[in-house]
Structure formats: structure tokens, C-alpha cells
Design a protein around this ligand. Structure first.
Ligand code: PLP
Length: 386
């Protein structure tokens, strides 16, 4: 594989994270030596693979505060969310399933729900957010009082980084007899989670957001879920040969987050604050989006009014890798539904930049990136004037 000479500073960790070399090492070891099929337990190879899966199950469960039996391995959060919704719809005694959904959920949740809505299986009650992407709790309470079967909320937003009070949200839902689907993709391994204590019904996790491999994740689901899934013959969700190396990588990534989260996160928050300071000092009119007192430690989401983000990103192409929003919307260049839901003006939406630092980001990279971004905005402004 040929990489371009000097790679830009990577500040797009909400999109995906690099694999921790310690995770890569165990994945490699499993691929090379522990290659048995975990379903073929008549021999030692299969038995070892099955044991490794069980270890990973325990690691995931420990990180999110759930029982190992509740862990179902998936190909990532998109599949986890889709399986959770499939189960929620199928096990609901009446039609349609009444779902309350925040307006800033990830496309993985929104698109799946919209599909069920078109089929008449689901009716949606949209839960609005305020200008900092915070959930209007009074609206959640009202929706729950009116009758909701499933409340879908993310634990932290993938664009502006706002962290949601999941424990409180789940308590409101449970008190009204509603189940919950928590998309914890961006929050797991960054903030403490106690899924079982909070009483979450479904919780989705993805390895590639926590320095693990791509294409693997887990859904924490109610007891009996995996057996139920096996019985759904003909459904694409039926599980085949488990991805043992990927799952072991997920387990190792969870173990590392468990041990290192409390030291990594404050350091990353300091770096983010330094970068924020540099941008606020160097860019006239810069607006910081999201809830600055409750946001992911590695998130910095800003808008530069009147300066189109694509022009800035193009100038930074060889220097800093950052994005205009969620990976899927930036690829399609469609406006961000999150920023729209927050009520940001068109100019703030057009000038939006999402910056995500990571645990391997150095202070030197932060200083350089700050200078590069300030210069890129300044050059873009000059070019627009000219
Ligand atoms: N939910 C959130 C909040 C995300 O940020 C993402 C990925 O960007 C997903 C779901 C989808 O996760 P995956 O890539 O594991 O399918």
C-alpha cells in the first residue's frame, strides 16, 4: 500500500479512529494463530475461538455496565440499531409501534425508522432540541405521558458533541412503561455508562470509534435476543461464522478504554480547549456550536459565518483532515439535519467545521492545526473579497 508522502494531521475522530497498535497486535495474533471457527467446538481450535469470544463479550459488557449475556456482536452500530428496531417492532403486541425520536439522531437510526414508518409499522413522535442540541426534557415527558413504546436517543451527538443525560432520559421512559434504544456509538469509552443500572433496553456500540477495527460492534439487548435472532431464518440478520479477530479487537479496545478513559479524556479536553482558544483568538466572528458545558472531550464544532466550509476544507486538504459534518452527510454534501434541528442560520450551517481530536493527537499537532485552520480561514476570506 502506497501512502501519500506527508499525511495531514488527523482531526476527524468522530468519523473513525485509528486502530490502537495494541488492538492491531491481538487481531493479528488471532487471525494468524487462533483461526478456528467459534461454532466448531468439537476441537481445540474452535474451543479457543469460542473462549476468545466469551472474553470479548465480558469486556464489552464491563465497559457499558451490562451483563455479558446481553451482548450480541454486530458489524457495527448501524447493524446494531437496525437489529434493535427489528426486534422492537416484531415483539410489540400492537401496530404501529409508537417511537419517540430526537431530531438530531444519526442517520443510522433515522433512516431505519423512516422505512418502518413508510411501511406503517411505526409512528414517530419527534423530540425537538434547543440551539445547543440539548433535548427538551419537557417534550420527552409529554410524549411519554401520551404513550410511547420506544424512546430513541443518542448518548452523545456525532456532530456537535452534545452529551445527553441518558440516565434521566431512560428513567422518564421507563416510568412511562416505554423501552429505550440508546445509540452510544460516540459516547462509549469516553463517558462512564451503566446500561443495566439505568435500565436501557437496547444500546449500540461500534469498535471503530474506540480505536478498534472497522466492521464490528455490539448491541446490548434483552435476554433471549440472540436466540430469537437465530430463529428469524430468512432474515438477513441471521448470524453466521463469527468474526473472531474483529470481535477480539473490539474486546481489547473496550478493555483499553476501561483502563485509560479517565486519563485520556481530561487530556483531550485540554487539547480541545487550547485549539478552541486559538480559533477564537484568530478568527473574527467564530461561533462554537453545541453545549460547551456538556460535550465530548474531543469535540470542537465551530462555524465561521460567511466562509463556506468546503473552501476551507479544500485549503486544508494536505494539512489537516477535518470535516463539515457527519461522514455520511459530508459524502453526500447534503446540509446537516443536526444543525438545522438546532435552528442554526444558513450562514452558520454553511460555515460549519467539525473537529475531532483523538487519544494519539499531540500538543504539537494541536498548535500546528490551530495555525493552519486560522490561516485557511483568513486566505478563504481574502479570496472571497477579491
Ligand atoms: N451512530 C452514531 C452516533 C455514529 O456516529 C455512527 C457512525 O458515524 C453510527 C451510528 C454508525 O456506526 P457504524 O459506522 O458502526 O455503523
Amino acid at each position: 500500500m502506497k501512502l501519500p508522502g506527508q499525511l495531514p494531521i488527523y482531526l476527524d475522530h468522530h468519523s473513525t479512529t485509528p486502530v490502537d497498535p495494541r488492538v492491531a497486535a491481538v487481531v493479528m495474533e488471532v487471525m494468524t494463530y487462533a483461526y478456528g471457527n467459534a461454532n466448531s467446538v468439537e476441537h481445540l481450535y474452535g474451543e479457543l475461538a469460542a473462549e476468545l469470544l466469551y472474553g470479548a463479550r465480558c469486556d464489552v459488557a464491563r465497559l457499558v455496565g451490562a451483563a455479558p449475556e446481553g451482548v450480541c456482536f454486530t458489524s457495527g452500530s448501524t447493524q446494531g440499531i437496525s437489529l434493535a428496531l427489528f426486534h422492537a417492532v416484531a415483539s410489540c403486541k400492537h401496530r404501529p409501534l409508537r417511537v419517540a425520536l430526537s431530531t438530531v439522531e444519526h442517520r443510522a437510526v433515522m433512516d431505519a425508522i423512516k422505512l418502518y414508518e413508510q411501511q406503517g409499522e411505526v409512528v414517530v413522535c419527534w423530540l425537538p432540541v434547543d440551539g445547543q442540541a440539548r433535548l427538551e426534557m419537557s417534550e420527552l415527558r409529554r410524549a411519554c405521558q401520551d404513550g410511547v413504546d420506544l424512546v430513541c436517543v443518542m448518548a452523545a451527538n456525532n456532530e456537535v458533541g452534545t452529551i445527553y443525560p441518558v440516565g434521566e432520559i431512560v428513567a422518564v421512559a421507563n416510568a412511562a412503561g416505554s423501552q429505550t434504544l440508546v445509540d452510544a456509538t460516540q459516547a462509549v469509552g469516553r463517558i462512564p455508562m451503566v446500561s443495566d443500572e439505568w435500565g436501557i433496553t437496547y444500546l449500540a456500540v461500534s469498535a471503530h470509534k474506540i480505536y478498534g477495527p472497522k466492521g464490528v460492534g455490539a448491541l446490548i439487548a434483552p435476554r433471549g435476543f440472540e436466540g430469537w435472532l437465530m430463529d428469524q431464518s430468512g432474515h438477513s440478520a441471521a448470524q453466521g461464522t463469527p468474526n473472531v479477530p474483529g470481535i477480539v479487537g473490539l474486546g481489547k479496545a473496550c478493555r483499553l478504554r476501561q483502563v485509560e478513559m479517565s486519563s485520556d479524556e481530561p487530556r483531550m479536553a485540554n487539547q480541545r480547549d487550547r485549539l478552541e482558544e486559538m480559533l477564537l483568538d484568530g478568527i473574527d466572528g467564530l461561533v462554537v456550536n453545541g453545549d460547551r458545558s456538556h460535550r465530548l472531550s474531543n469535540n470542537l464544532h465551530v462555524s465561521v459565518p460567511g466562509v463556506p466550509n468546503d473552501a476551507v476544507i479544500a485549503r486544508l486538504r494536505r494539512l489537516v483532515a477535518l470535516s463539515s459534518g457527519a461522514a455520511c452527510s459530508s459524502a453526500s454534501q447534503s446540509p446537516s439535519h443536526v444543525l438545522r434541528a438546532m435552528g442554526l442560520s444558513e450562514t452558520l450551517q454553511e460555515g460549519a467545521l467539525r473537529i475531532g481530536t483523538g487519544k494519539f493527537t499531540t500538543n504539537k499537532q494541536i498548535e500546528l492545526a490551530g495555525r493552519f485552520i486560522v490561516d485557511a480561514v483568513s486566505d478563504t476570506r481574502t479570496a472571497l473579497r477579491g
